[in-house]
Design a protein. Structure first.
Length: 252
């Protein structure tokens, strides 16, 4: 088992990629704090993994809140005695609006979840890693949208910001043995579109020019495979990288 005994926090764990990551991690022997707003979904997930080699601790939280980001890290340290890996997976979509139609309200909502949440969690995790004195590992889930115009202006900007934050943090804490990498999924079968609501038709129409070139959608399990590699010692020399898991979309 590649993750035997590792203490890991995963956000956005109640569905889609986050759920698949938690399932894979626990089956690989990890002790996981699974974070999401929908507690009933987390409890169902925990029950389904009751016989797995690792363990799962349910944590109901909202990553747009500083207190919840800090508390989920504390929960891992309290339950498992340490923190080894943080996976910032939680994210929401905009409505595909181009910048001319973007609103302050949408900006604040998207940025609080997609940028502020990971930033607050990373800040707390780095502090814990430094106090432990034996390095650490952060995995951020960004998006093809940081490179292609396959969503709205605010969503793309949020994922580009998280990509930059990934690389900056990897560089800053390289001497401390803290690795920070990102996964950039392409089109994956998840529930993220439910956070979009009714799309802005002008932006949606333009985005279709790019989306039409995308390969067939991938699965959460395929993202979980990449996340397992980055969480394991197999990736010990990988740092500051963005792993594109998009079926080749980035090559088009």
């Amino acid at each position: 088992m590649k993750l035997q005994g590792k203490s890991i926090v995963v956000t956005g764990a109640s569905s889609g990629m986050g759920r698949a990551i938690v399932e894979r991690y626990v089956k690989e022997g990890a002790n996981v704090v699974a974070v999401a707003r929908r507690k009933e979904r987390l409890e169902e997930l925990a029950a389904s993994l009751a016989d797995a080699p690792g363990s799962i601790l349910v944590f109901q939280g909202d990553v747009s809140r500083r207190e919840d980001n800090e508390a989920m890290i504390d929960a891992a340290v309290k339950a498992y005695g340490k923190l080894d890996v943080l996976v910032n997976n939680a994210g929401i979509m905009d409505d595909m609006s181009p910048i001319g139609d973007a609103t302050d309200e949408m900006y604040e909502r998207i940025m609080k979840v997609n940028v502020y949440g990971p930033m607050a969690a990373m800040r707390k995790a780095v502090q814990v890693f430094l106090s432990q004195g034996n390095g650490g590992n952060i995995i951020n889930v960004v998006s093809e949208g940081a490179y292609h115009t396959c969503a709205g202006a605010i969503y793309c900007a949020s994922k580009a910001a998280l990509t930059s934050l990934t690389k900056n943090t990897a560089f800053m804490y390289m001497p401390d043995g803290i690795r920070v990498n990102a996964i950039a999924p392409g089109g994956i079968q998840t529930e993220i579109a439910t956070s979009m609501g009714m799309p802005n038709m002008a932006g949606y129409g333009r985005a279709q020019k790019v989306i039409a070139c995308a390969p067939a959608p991938g699965t959460g399990e395929q993202i979980a495979g990449a996340a397992t590699f980055l969480a394991s010692d197999d990736s010990s020399y990988v740092n500051g990288d963005v792993l594109m898991v998009d079926g080749g979309w980035c090559a088009m």
